[in-house]
Design a protein around this ligand. Structure first.
Ligand code: 5GP
Ligand code: MG
Length: 191
């Protein structure tokens, strides 16, 4: 097999997992702090908060984060496709299916794994606003230090990272590596 074609039964061989950018310990320490910041942002009288997690990358982050949130809330999911297969730069975002129907009048916390070009979050923020929520806050585990990312409103950021492609802690490369406990940089494999 040659080029970037996937190996049968394994991750593509064209890229390899490299150094740790954010360790499991750093993530674990940040979760309760972020949760406190989010709870403080909701104020003393939250309006039936709903945490809307973007699949699939935010799955692990959202699961860890909500267990530190001391407020009654509901968990909902949104699915957006933006990095099909082995693409490592944003290909444009598309909402798959519908948003939960009952966002009106509620505090919405939008949770994603990473803010890169911002296409995904801009699309979701605009779609959520059409449902007239009481408030909308956005929360990401990672934000890349890019000009386009800086332009996207995002109230809660776990870690700012350099503009490199990363995997682990929910983030994938062609579906693989989501189960790594830390966030790693991916680099081209030497062939
Ligand atoms: P944006 O729309 O901001 O360009 O990209 C956001 C989405 O693209 C994220 O939800 C994530 O799924 C994916 N993405 C962006 N940067 C990376 C990256 O470095 N690694 C991985 N695995 N996914 C990324
Ligand atoms: Mg995503």
């Amino acid at each position: 097999m040659s080029g970037s074609a996937a190996q049968a039964g394994g991750p593509p061989a064209d890229m390899r997992v490299d150094r740790v950018l954010v360790s499991a310990e750093q993530i674990a320490a940040r979760m309760p702090v972020m949760a406190k910041e989010i709870a403080a942002g909701l104020g003393p009288a939250p309006k039936d908060p709903v945490l809307l997690a973007v699949m699939t990358g935010a799955l692990i982050f959202a699961a860890d984060l909500i267990r530190h949130l001391p407020v009654p809330l509901r968990l909902e999911l949104a699915t957006v496709s933006s990095y099909p297969g082995t693409a490592t730069s944003s290909q444009g975002a598309r909402l798959k299916g519908e948003l939960p129907p009952d966002l009106e009048g509620r505090d919405v916390i939008l949770v994603d794994d990473i803010l890169d070009s911002g296409r995904t979050l801009r699309l979701l923020q605009a779609s959520i606003r059409e449902h007239a929520p009481a408030s909308l806050r956005t929360c990401v585990l990672l934000r890349k230090l890019t000009e386009s990312a800086k332009g996207v409103p995002c109230e809660h950021v776990g870690f700012d990272i350099p503009d490199v492609f990363v995997v682990g802690y929910g983030l994938d490369y062609d579906g693989y590596y989501r189960n790594l406990p830390a966030v790693h940089a991916m680099v081209p494999a030497r062939v």
